[in-house]
Ligand binder design. Structure first.
Ligand SMILES: [Zn+2]
Length: 55
């Protein structure tokens, strides 16, 4: 199982893919903090993290 995160903010094309949901969440939060000086609410993170079947 892999996880994918696409930053939904306007004008931001940040994407990441990770094997671990925890790691993906950590990196997504780090991105929001560094790039947007903002936090992601847990509910939003749940919605923005997509689970993708491993090929
Ligand atoms: Zn972003």
């Amino acid at each position: 199982m892999a996880y994918q995160f696409s930053c939904p903010r306007n004008g931001c094309s940040f994407e990441l893919r990770c094997d671990s949901g925890q790691e993906a969440a950590r990196l997504a939060r780090a991105h929001a903090r560094v790039s947007h000086r903002d936090r992601i609410a847990p509910a939003d993170l749940d919605r923005w993290l997509e689970r993708i079947e491993a090929a």
